[in-house]
Ligand binder design. Structure first.
Ligand code: F0G
Length: 464
């Protein structure tokens, strides 16, 4: 099943251009808006006929085909992104750069569900991708387009996960990659990945937002493809977990999907995936998508509170969830549209709430990086506000693997994450929860009796 090629549509002024005509910063020259990828089957306004030669994909045929490809041994079929290629920009098979991304698990979080009084809390773990984050689904799509268009160099500014993914996919494609990261403000696991995969890694003495400014200048002067999430092809890959989630739920649509918000592209990518499935008749309604920010990096939350989302209020970002330490997010208007079209909410959560939620996800045997844990922390707030009811099914998008930022986890369990001042602000009930979750390593003499006595102590604690 082949569908005709795509166009890009400006999300602000609606101008349509061919994919090849886009400028190096992926912004509309008329209004500076960002683009969406549209297809003959998705671009139609009411009553507009399909272009000659193109066909509306048939929902039953798509479901069957996507299922069939699971048993194929071809790389593009085994990829949890390219398995859905009927709804992606057409790329010659030989240009597809894949590490068999996607195909990530959907886990139950029964303890979190019970604690919140909800029947079903699920976690779609995008940290189970080849480089350990959801960025792989977007990178396979954008890197394949870069290869098809003959680029030799690709680049991104990153808080660490985009750069890890880009470096890996560029290496697979035999292309060169340049990474700009804020010096000293990314997790070591992520920094080590970009070096391991052979990227030219440049630490700039600025924050993420400063890195974006330098990179934007650079790509207008040199033939380098920009791979930040303003690149709309990234989002085409990042919409596919929505398809996969629905397959995993046997096409029963959950009521809520909750994502972390940083540069604010991922919520809109998933919203696009759901909207396209709805448009094609694969699903009968769309879940509410909610976006959660860290209190110290909350430009969207603030803007909604202070001006109803009219203008973005950039902030000087600061949070230990370094992945989402972003004060001037590029895709905030797209995120706003996702909130409005799906009926979801934007919330903010504190450093303490993030740490507690991360430990709770870890204690279910799943784990995630700090930025991903904002989803559970945000869910708690939405439930407390009465916005999510007991029977409504919730899917948290866990965006990164727990090993991405092991320093955070170790500091938490050793009780060294927070300052004395922050610790003094923790409520007695939260402190009790933290105490039950913290599992610092115990150092003992290498002697059986000593170890046995220590174990007895632990067992008493468990049975107390
Ligand atoms: N979670 C993780 C683990 C991330 O790495 C990011 C973004 C987000 C959530 C937020 O997604 O930007 O689409 O709102 N990381 C980017 C990076 C900025 O450079 O790796 P978003």
């Amino acid at each position: 099943m082949k569908v005709a090629t795509h166009q890009l549509r400006c999300t602000e002024c609606g101008a349509r251009i061919s994919g090849n005509a886009v400028n190096s910063i992926f912004r509309c020259p008329t209004c500076n808006g960002l683009y969406d990828v549209i297809y003959p089957w998705s671009s139609l306004s009411e009553g507009e006929p399909l272009p000659a030669g193109s066909k509306q994909p048939n929902p039953s045929a798509l479901r069957w085909l996507w299922q069939e490809r699971r048993s194929s041994t071809l790389g593009i079929d085994q990829s949890g992104v390219w398995r859905f290629r009927d709804l992606l920009p057409i790329v010659e098979d030989s240009n597809v750069v894949t590490l068999r991304e996607g195909n990530t698990p959907l886990y139950e979080l029964p303890r979190a569900g019970r604690a919140l009084g909800l029947d079903s809390v699920l976690a779609k773990h995008q940290g189970m991708n080849p480089t350990g984050s959801f960025k792989d689904t977007g990178m396979t799509a954008a890197l394949s387009v870069a290869r098809e268009r003959g680029f030799e160099w690709v680049a991104c500014a990153s808080t660490g996960n985009t750069s890890a993914a880009m470096a890996a996919y560029a290496a697979r494609a035999g292309m060169r990659s340049i990474v700009f990261i804020p010096e000293g403000k990314i997790a070591w696991g992520k920094l080590s990945q970009s070096m391991d995969y052979g990227a030219l890694t440049i630490q700039l003495k600025t924050d993420f937002d400063g890195c974006v400014n330098v990179l934007t200048d650079l790509v207008t002067r040199f033939p380098i493809m920009l791979l930040n999430s303003v690149n709309p092809y990234r989002l085409e890959g990042q919409k596919t977990p929505a398809f996969e989630m629905l397959e995993q739920l046997e096409w029963q649509v959950p009521e809520h999907v909750i994502v972390p918000g940083g540069n604010l592209a991922n919520g809109s990518a998933l919203a696009k995936g759901f909207a396209e499935m709805h448009h094609l008749g694969l699903i009968s309604r769309i879940p509410k998508i909610s976006i959660i920010q860290a209190e110290g990096a909350n430009p969207l939350y603030r803007s909604l509170q202070e001006n109803g989302g009219e203008e973005l209020i950039p902030v000087k970002a600061n949070t230990r969830a370094t992945a989402i330490r972003i004060g001037n997010p590029a895709s905030w208007r797209k995120a706003l549209r996702a909130l409005r079209t799906t009926g979801g909410w934007c919330e903010q959560v504190s450093e303490q709430e993030i740490a507690l939620a991360k430990a709770q996800i870890g204690s279910e045997g799943i784990g995630c990086e700090p930025a991903s844990a904002v989803t559970l922390a945000g869910l708690k707030k939405l439930v407390a506000q009465g916005k999510i009811g007991r029977e409504e099914r919730v899917v948290l998008i866990l965006t990164g693997h727990t090993l991405k930022d092991s320093n955070y986890t170790i500091d938490y369990h050793r009780g060294e994450l927070f300052t004395a001042e922050e610790n003094a602000q923790i409520s007695a009930s939260d402190e009790a929860l933290h105490t039950s979750l913290r599992k610092p390593p115990i150092v003992l003499e290498a002697d059986t009796d000593t170890v046995f006595r220590a174990l007895e102590e632990q067992m008493k604690l468990v049975h107390a």
